[in-house]
Design a protein. Structure first.
Length: 340
């Protein structure tokens, strides 16, 4: 009996149809599951859905709050980027833009990426018409656009301290009601760091004119120039010297000085002239008729103390604020006169 029951159970097991194993469809595992995972990632914030497009740069305008002087861009200033684009055959890093609705001539405005826009435009007009402008489209307020542009450009060396400083000064009133502390907090910087840039942007136009280009000015120069602006008589002497330096440079009588030489000359000009008493040995000749060479700032920089058969004695006056090129030119005149 036991053997009969065992055999019947065995046959039943063989004849009984096996229950199908439930398998997910290929569509469910592929498209639908992938879409669900992407939506879940978007909802959790682990994935950001951004629109990347290739567009005609002519359909893009510069945002009014852009922190770079677009008019100052040139083939020379963008040379490295142009060569990189040629080598890659395309633009690798998208510029940040937002859509515009009120301009029939433009579809976007560039928040960050002026050099990329200029370079792509230049290439398209110089035998590379296949290049397109790669952009990432964002929906931003002006204040958000300012901070995003600043974050992207803060570490770049191809944007000058002066451009950044001017942008900060504009943003201070435009977005933060003139409150430096609130602006520094939103930018995640210290108030003292921000203050130095604002000081640079507030330098008088006469001081900026002493430099071959305001883009030559750096934050390191502000700590030297700001003390020269007070009191009023001190500032007046410095600005007068700065205007003279600009006039000399533009007339062709003197070449463009290095920024450090300009700062030295302005610092020397800040010293008040002596009203009475005998001049110090560092500021006047030792005897009447002694030839003295003056710097562009009007300060004695080289004095010929003696010119005899046995030799020529000179005194170099290092506190004159003169540049090295001015000193060398003065030495050359002495050599021309006394060297046989």
């Amino acid at each position: 009996m036991k053997n009969r029951d065992f055999a019947a159970g065995l046959v039943g097991a063989i004849d009984a149809p096996a229950e199908p194993v439930a398998r997910p469809s290929r569509l469910g595992m592929g498209v639908l599951a992938g879409r669900g995972n992407r939506l879940a990632e978007l909802a959790s914030g682990s994935l950001v859905n951004r629109a990347i497009e290739l567009v005609d740069p002519a359909r893009c305008r510069m945002w009014h709050g852009h922190n770079r002087e677009y008019a100052d861009l040139s083939e020379a200033r963008c040379h490295d980027l142009i060569e990189s684009l040629k080598a890659q055959g395309r633009q690798e890093v998208p510029a940040l833009v937002r859509r515009v609705r009120d301009d029939p001539d433009h579809d976007y405005e560039v928040i960050s990426g002026a050099r990329r826009h200029w370079s792509i435009s230049w290439l398209r007009s110089h035998n590379y018409p296949e290049f397109r402008f790669l952009v990432e489209v964002r929906d931003l307020t002006d204040e958000e656009a300012f901070r995003l542009s600043d974050i992207e450009n803060r570490a770049r060396e191809d944007i000058s301290d002066y451009e950044r400083a001017r942008d900060y000064l504009r943003a201070l009133d435009a977005y933060y009601d003139g409150k430096q502390t609130a602006m520094a907090e939103r930018m995640k910087v210290t108030p003292s760091w921000l203050s130095r840039y604002l000081d640079l942007a507030r330098l008088p136009a006469a001081i900026l004119g002493a430099f071959a280009s305001p883009h030559d000015l750096g934050i390191k120069h502000v700590t030297q120039l700001k003390p020269l602006m007070k009191p009023a008589d001190r500032a007046a002497r410095v600005e007068a010297t700065a205007r003279d330096m600009k006039a000399t440079r533009e007339s062709g009588a003197g070449g463009a000085l290095a920024p450090a030489d300009v700062v030295r000359a302005l610092t020397a000009a800040a010293e008040a002239p002596r009203k009475s008493g005998r001049p110090s040995s560092a500021a006047a000749p030792r005897r009447s008729g002694t030839p003295v060479f003056e710097s562009a700032g009007g300060k004695p920089m080289l004095r010929v103390d003696a010119a005899e058969r046995k030799g020529v004695t000179l005194t170099l006056l290092p506190r004159s604020g003169a540049s090295r090129s001015e000193i060398e030119a003065a030495f050359a005149k002495v050599l021309d006169e006394h060297w046989s």
